[in-house]
Design a protein around this ligand. Structure first.
Ligand code: IVH
Length: 665
């Protein structure tokens, strides 16, 4: 079979499996088999980039970096919805619709109001050409590369009968279970958990690196179809069409002919919403007949044919028993309220977050207060207010602690910070343990056998104090400890030994420098290639590194200036850890600080290989040209519009031989 035919066949097959898996939730092959096919397609496309289909499933893995998102003016503004909180509001709405439509019979389409992020998808001749966020309703960000990674966004419409141009709107969200799983992974990797599914979804869609978006469990639920052509008479029919075109619907939609039916639906989900796999914040009521929608029209903000019914946030009343103060790895103090257990949204709540000192003050919190707790999108519920008229006489106000509950050091609150910190970094046990635990975590040095319990034990026994001490541990020391036997002691030592082979970027992440997460560590490691180069950079130089802002630069400088930091680094180096990237000698930093846009087909390398070369030599690859781009690396069939733009911006255009000369010189 020719490569062309095989590429087409694989594209088609993989698309079908994607659809079965993500939309129908009914896969017929194993993940392994799927990956095999995908890899075969990837390899073929790398060899023959010109044969890649515009809806290739390989586009879903992301990869292109985009610095800023271009703006796009919506073809039709993305309005919001009028809100109602009571049935009277809905009765009023119903009457105004009846009046404006002059007695024509009509029905409502009801559906969940998803608590996610709205997205508009544009299709031309069945192909996804653009994805735009709501933005301010008039203009949004074009985030097509990110949207492509969402498996429930069809890259090419299935079925038939789609108009040449159409727009599908819907909501991007994360299933609650997937969100929890993502957070568990983050915590295990020493990263801080996300607040709630909605904010995480919004943040994810705006990420510059679509390959990270691809790893986040986003789902798209379609809820409306917009087109110039008349393909259906009612919303319900449109939704049915969307389904045949490959979109995933929530399945919550129903048509109601009377308000009595509407009430039944509202009642059903008032209770049912707590059991849903995703979060909703109400119900949307829309006139089902499209012709009537046109007649009703819109105000400047809302359509007159739709209304949101919002459920009240689920709340409960409890009593404040005490406040605990937790000390994190960075010394941050987090107050947590202990409550009398109370049932809220299907779970028993015993604790609530109060964030920080300002929040305690805002609430005017006293011990034994009767408090209202609410479960928003967050994982832990929060105290929203105090029922002051229920306050017991002579109760004492909650005063934020002045000293660390773990080591008694006086707390500080740095200027401009809302949080208090324990400054005793090297002597405060939870900080010491947290740092070592982070160092050993999966995305850092990944030391087998060094879980929380063992770290606590080793620190409590006085055997280790910093992560550098791990490398001085001996078999005799371990075997003398409770809970250690011959095998576990040997396993731990083997795990520690193996961590010496972890690449520089992981070591850098493991140091636990504030704001230097896994992604930043990777960027710094690629840019500087060695700890030596990194530690001799000035604050200004650090800030000049792409994607490294002032906050990160300052934090790095702070870390290095701390007494003991440099000594710990020296000890790690002596122990044999990777304090530089391995390719150092073969790939010098020739392209440092230079940005490239790649276009066209190359003869010696695939596009991905070229991209990797640029990055290996310290350069950066961008997806679109701007005045800040240094080179357009143009192969065969480079896009004429890119060439024109490069010429108008005065950007140097180089070809493959010139590029190879550039890196080998
Ligand atoms: S229909 C006016 N249906 O709610 C546009 N919107 O407050 C009609 N939303 O930004 C929108 N679930 O993102 C519609 N089932 C649903 C929805 C829904 C959530 C969001 C939408 C919009 C916001 C308006």
């Amino acid at each position: 079979m020719s490569p062309q035919a095989r590429i087409q066949e694989l594209t088609e097959t993989l698309k079908q499996h994607n659809y079965r898996y993500y939309v129908l939730a009914d896969p017929i092959i194993s993940d392994f088999e799927f990956d095999q096919l995908l890899q075969e397609l990837e390899a073929l496309e790398a060899k023959h980039p010109e044969l890649q289909q515009p809806d290739s499933p390989t586009l879903r893995v992301g990869g292109e970096l985009s610095k800023e998102f271009p703006n796009f003016t919506h073809i039709r503004p993305m309005l919001s919805l009028g809100n109602s909180y009571s049935r009277e509001d809905l009765e009023d709405f119903d009457q105004s619709v009846a009046k404006l439509t002059g007695g024509t019979p009509f029905s409502y389409l009801l559906e969940h109001k998803f608590d996610g992020v709205s997205l508009s998808l544009h299709y031309e001749n069945g192909l996804l050409v653009r994805a735009v966020t709501r933005g301010d309703g008039v203009k949004g960000d074009e985030i097509t590369a990110n949207a492509r990674t969402i498996r429930t966004v069809p890259l090419r419409l299935m079925g038939e009968g789609h108009p040449a141009n159409l727009e599908v709107r819907g909501e991007v969200l994360m299933m609650v279970e997937d969100f929890y799983a993502l957070n568990r992974k983050r915590v295990a990797a020493g990263e801080s958990p996300f607040m709630n599914p909605r904010n995480t979804t919004a943040g994810t869609l705006k990420m510059q690196d679509s390959s990270i978006v691809a790893q986040r469990p986003l789902v798209f639920f379609a809820y409306s179809l917009l087109t110039e052509e008349e393909v259906a008479a009612t919303d319900a029919e449109q939704l049915a069409l969307l389904k045949t075109w490959g979109f995933r619907l929530s399945g919550s939609d129903t048509v109601c002919k009377t308000l009595a039916e509407v009430w039944t639906y509202l009642d059903k989900w008032e209770i049912g919403r707590t059991q849903l796999p995703y979060e909703i914040d109400g119900i949307v009521l829309k006139v089902n007949e499209l012709r009537l929608r046109d007649e009703l029209g819109t105000t400047s903000k809302f359509p007159r044919w739709a209304m949101a019914y919002k459920y009240k946030a689920e709340g409960a009343i409890s009593k404040l028993l005490s406040v605990d103060y937790q000390v994190g790895r960075t010394g941050k103090i987090t107050p947590v309220a202990n409550l009398e257990p109370v049932l809220l949204a299907g779970t028993t709540v015993k604790r609530a977050s109060v964030h920080n000192a300002d929040e305690i003050e805002r609430l005017g919190l006293h011990y034994d207060d009767v408090v209202a707790v609410e479960k928003g999108g967050e994982i832990i519920p929060k105290i929203t207010h105090v029922l002051k008229d229920k306050r017991v006489a002579n109760s004492s106000p909650v005063l934020f602690i002045t000293h660390c509950p773990e080591c008694s050091t006086e707390l500080i609150r740095p200027e401009g910070e809302v949080n208090h910190f324990c400054p005793n970094e090297t002597g405060c046990p939870p900080q010491i343990k947290g740092r070592i635990r982070h160092f050993a975590s999966r995305n850092a040095l990944d030391i087998d056998g060094l879980g929380i319990e063992i770290v606590n034990q080793l620190v409590d026994e006085g055997l280790i104090h910093t992560y550098a001490d791990l490398y001085d541990l001996t078999y005799d020391q371990l075997i003398a400890l409770e809970r250690f036997a011959d095998l576990s002691a040997k396993n731990l030592l083997t795990g520690i030994e193996a961590s010496k082979e972890q690449p520089f970027e992981r070591m850098l992440f493991g140091l636990g420098i504030r704001y230097v997460g896994a992604t930043v560590a990777k960027k710094l490691a690629r840019y500087y290639k060695s700890m030596e180069a990194l530690t001799s950079a000035t604050r200004e130089e650090l800030e000049a590194v792409p994607d490294i802002g002032g906050r990160i630069a300052e934090s790095l400088v702070d870390f290095l200036e701390k007494p003991g930091s440099r000594e710990v680094l020296q000890r790690l180096e002596r122990a044999g850890l990777q304090l530089s990237t391995k390719e150092k000698s073969t790939t010098p930093n020739r392209l440092n600080g230079k940005s490239f846009v790649i276009s066209g087909v190359f003869s010696e390398f695939s596009r991905n290989e070229i991209k990797k070369l640029v990055e290996d030599y310290g350069g950066e690859v961008k997806s679109s040209l701007s005045s800040k781009t240094h080179f357009l690396l143009a192969g065969d069939k480079a896009g004429p519009s890119k060439l024109d733009k490069a010429a108008s911006l005065g950007i140097t255009v180089i070809d493959e031989p010139a590029f190879l000369k550039m890196i080998s010189e």
